[in-house]
Design a protein around this ligand. Structure first.
Ligand code: SF4
Length: 344
């Protein structure tokens, strides 16, 4: 299945992308939302989605259309039914059109995550429109993960909008307080969201994370050299340790990120990025530079996280310091490349 997912904003996309990826489906995110006003709001939501999709490495397409005039002209005669008469159909229709023209086989929408939207109408419209273009409509009741997705979005620091999108929904934010609590389909209930993402320094028993650390650095002997003096940080998601990092002090100005690793099933979801951001914030008051030594394969990742200054290369590091040959994917690790990030 080649899936194009109409995406209304970054926070709503969080759970949808996570749960699809858990199913083994890789969506392409498709931004087309001429219903978001005013322009600064449109731009903020769009740019947040741009950054978020980049951070989790998901393919994203941005169809620019800030459509205040057209939108208002088309809904003004019947504001009560504007969602189902105009706003949902134009967005789903454009998604299907793009999908058809570009070789996708299925469409879906993040509108299915919001308990505030007219879920059954979106499902019906999605099926009809997909059918018209000879596509599959991938229906999922994402609402079950609404709270979880929002909590994670908040933890990631994503911009959280205060209203649905159009100027009429912005108005009802102030003048219509009778919309009630979000509703879930029968049989579902909101589960209490635990403190979704947390990062803390582990002071005792750092060895309990040895198995995870070994996934990034396969020598226990090497890890032991920096673990006892290093500071170990643990990122938990719903209380489960997901990503750990070890930082050591080099001198009064510099620290070194010696090891950072994310559990396999949580990779490519932005946890390591979140950890690095946390570490940079944590050390910037006391140190001016953070250094990382990396294999060739991982240089682009670190450069993206701000380690953009090349420092040095230690030739044959992995050959000289490890008993066995070490591979990163298909590539044998030979040299260790050092890059640094200014903390201030
Ligand atoms: S309230 Fe939301 S879904 Fe309804 S018309 Fe406005 S932007 Fe579209």
């Amino acid at each position: 299945m080649k899936l194009l997912m109409h995406t209304c904003c970054a926070p709503c996309s969080v759970y949808c992308i996570d749960s699809l990826r858990n199913e083994g489906i890789e969506p392409t995110v498709y931004w087309y939302n001429p219903n978001i006003h005013p322009y600064i709001e449109y731009k903020t939501r769009r740019d947040t989605l741009k950054e978020y999709t980049k951070s989790i490495d998901v393919n994203a397409i941005f169809e620019e259309d800030y459509g205040l005039d057209n939108f208002c002209k088309n809904v003004i005669n019947n504001l009560d039914t504007r969602c189902q008469d105009y706003c949902y159909p134009i967005r789903l229709e454009q998604t299907a059109k793009y999908a058809k023209e570009n070789g996708y086989t299925a469409i879906t929408t993040t509108l299915l995550v919001s308990p505030y939207q007219k879920h059954d109408i979106i499902k019906d419209l999605g099926e009809k429109i997909a059918d018209k273009y000879n596509l599959e409509f991938l229906y999922r009741d994402f609402r079950i993960g609404f709270r979880e997705g929002q909590a994670k979005a908040r933890e990631l620091g994503l911009y959280m909008q205060k209203y649905c999108g159009c100027i009429f929904s912005e108005e009802s934010r102030y003048f219509n307080h009778n919309q009630g609590m979000p509703r879930l389909p029968e049989g579902f209930e909101f589960l209490p969201v635990k403190n979704a993402i947390n990062i803390k320094k582990e002071r005792d028993n750092k060895e309990q994370y040895m198995d995870l650390l070994l996934e990034a650095d396969p020598s226990k002997e090497m890890i032991n050299k920096y673990l006892s003096d290093g500071e170990l940080f643990v990122l938990t998601y719903n209380d489960e340790p997901v990503c750990v990092a070890v930082v050591t002090k080099i001198n009064n100005d510099n620290v070194e990120l010696k090891n950072i690793v994310t559990k396999e099933k949580y990779r490519c979801k932005g946890y390591a990025k979140k950890m690095i951001k946390y570490l940079a914030d944590n050390y910037k008051t006391r140190f001016s530079k953070m250094i990382v030594g990396t294999t060739e394969n991982n240089i682009p990742f670190y450069v993206k996280q701000g380690f953009d200054k090349y420092e040095k290369t230690v030739k044959n590091f992995f050959v000289d310091n490890y008993d066995k040959e070490i591979f990163d994917g298909n590539m044998q690790c030979i040299d260790l490349h050092y890059y640094s990030k200014e903390l201030n």
